[in-house]
Ligand binder design. Structure first.
Ligand code: FCB
Length: 473
């Protein structure tokens, strides 16, 4: 029994938290001088999001901030990660600051601190000012300098009280879903631009880091990446090559430059025919990108299995299920097809649930990229939640999902990986990008017509877990 106990208890300084993003919860898109972002434009485009949903109101967090702060206090997780909407702070993405925008985040930070909750800031969670997109967005090198200026404004305004900073959230999504597959804003479908955007995002991270170091030298600064183990459907060489390509695009294209100062040779090769592609790399850039960070944020949801497109039939024969659209979006331009394991349970997103894959990723980062502190900065799941006739939301599947992934974190910790904390995505149901409001990831149910918040069973479960700093057997 005592081993069981030891195995389910977290390190004494383990940071428990939850995370949100500005566009997904705030609403109030045209108040107090906020400018339009690429997500405002994109979500209003016909057919871009499920049911035409937009973040115009979302959870109306902008107007319900106090209520949400009280909810966070009730939850009792000692840390909360939120993102700053760049167009609230600099409506057109350059020039002087919009004070009412900064004031909102000051109130948020102060409200957290009053409730003894540690604020963690993400500087960029995908809502680029539209004006900058009109000038080329992340495909343009100028955006890098704009991001550094924006960083300086936010660091100057909030750096006195916020000690943990994430420059970018999931630059892969910004680059490849935004400029490659078109699933996300700005909705372009051009892999050459996606590759260039990748580089400019990473460069912006490096420049932003430098600004943080110069302005607020004592804070911890890092970046948040979406990482996924990629497996070949079979042992066949072609499937293994396909999985290597997808791994190159999703994982190594970001990890290698950040930690080794180089793009992976196979990816440079793969994207060499594209314009502008990675030809935008200039002398000195890789040094900027690989400046040491204090921690890496790992966002993890699911592993991926792929086969070579020529081997769909073999993959089917091996028992895999290949969806009609074959999720080609995720692995577009990589000559790979995503396959699903029929015996593995999936979330409402269709994502396979495999907590051990999180352990795998944490170990891999340590083994291949170094021993820096890691935080699981996002993990969670969407399920078909509903409010029962008694007013309760019994989301046992979410509890099981989070419990399993927390155990996976403990397995990594037991293997000596320096995992310092875990943030649930998310504390509220919210605007899930292209899926609109159809996917609920929250520990709290949000009634989008009345704005009412109803803590789900997982909310109370997480509250107990955080308090105990351990998992129930
Ligand atoms: C991540 C995003 C976050 C949310 C979750 C479900 O990729 O960072 O905003 O959409 O997925």
């Amino acid at each position: 029994m005592s081993t069981q106990h030891a195995f389910s208890t977290f390190p004494s300084r383990f940071v428990w938290g939850t995370k949100t993003a500005a566009y997904q919860i705030e609403g109030a898109v045209d108040v107090d001088g906020r400018g339009p972002s690429i997500w405002d434009t994109f979500s209003h485009r016909a057919g871009a999001t499920r049911n035409g949903d937009t973040g115009d109101i979302a959870c109306d967090h902008y107007h319900r901030m106090d209520e949400d702060l009280d909810l966070l206090a009730q939850l009792g997780a000692p840390a909360y990660c939120f993102s700053i909407a760049w167009p609230r702070v600099q409506p057109a993405g350059s020039g002087s600051a919009n004070q009412p925008g900064l004031d909102f985040y000051r109130r948020l930070v102060d409200g957290l601190l009053r409730r003894s909750i540690v604020p963690v800031i993400t500087l960029y969670h995908w809502d680029l000012p539209q004006t900058l997109e009109d000038a080329g967005g992340w495909v343009s090198r100028d955006t890098v300098g704009r991001f550094a200026d924006y960083t300086e404004i936010v660091a100057g305004a909030l750096g006195d009280t916020v000690n943990m900073w994430i420059t970018l959230n999931e630059p892969w999504c910004s680059a490849w879903l935004g400029y490659g597959t078109g699933e996300h804003a700005p909705g372009l479908r051009d892999h050459g631009r996606a590759a260039a955007a990748t580089h400019h995002l990473l460069l912006a991270h490096g420049e932003s880091l430098q600004v943080l170091r110069a302005t607020i030298p004592n804070v911890a600064a890092g970046i948040g990446l979406n990482l996924q183990p990629i497996r070949p459907a079979t042992d066949h060489d072609e499937d293994r090559a396909a999985s290597r390509r997808v791994d190159g695009n999703l994982n190594r294209l970001f990890l290698d430059p950040l930690f080794k100062g180089v793009y992976p040779a196979d990816m440079l090769d793969h994207y060499s025919g594209l314009a502008p592609g990675l030809a935008v790399v200039a002398d000195g850039d890789m040094d900027v990108i690989s400046r040491p960070i204090d921690f890496l944020g790992v966002n993890f949801y699911t592993p991926i299995t792929v086969c070579s497109p020529a081997r769909r039939a073999e993959a089917r024969a091996a028992g895999y299920w290949i969806p009609e659209a074959a999720s080609s979006a995720r692995v577009g331009d990589l000559n790979a097809v995503q396959v699903l394991r029929p015996d593995v349970t999936r979330t409402q997103m269709g994502w396979e649930i495999e907590p051990g894959a999180l352990t795998e990723i944490l170990l891999r980062v340590r083994d291949e990229y170094g021993t820096l502190p890691l935080y699981v900065t996002e993990n969670g799941a969407a399920f078909d939640d509903y409010v029962g006739t008694d007013g309760e939301v019994r989301d046992g599947e979410r509890i099981q999902y989070i419990d399993g992934h927390l155990r996976a974190v403990l397995t990594a910790v037991a293997a000596g990986v320096d995992v310092r904390g875990y943030f649930v995505w998310s504390v509220l149901d919210n605007f899930e990008w292209g899926h609109g409001f159809s996917k609920r990831f929250g520990l709290t149910w949000v009634d989008y017509s009345s704005g009412e918040r109803i803590p789900k069973a997982s909310f109370f479960w997480y509250q107990r877990t955080v308090r105990a700093n351990s998992l129930e057997p």
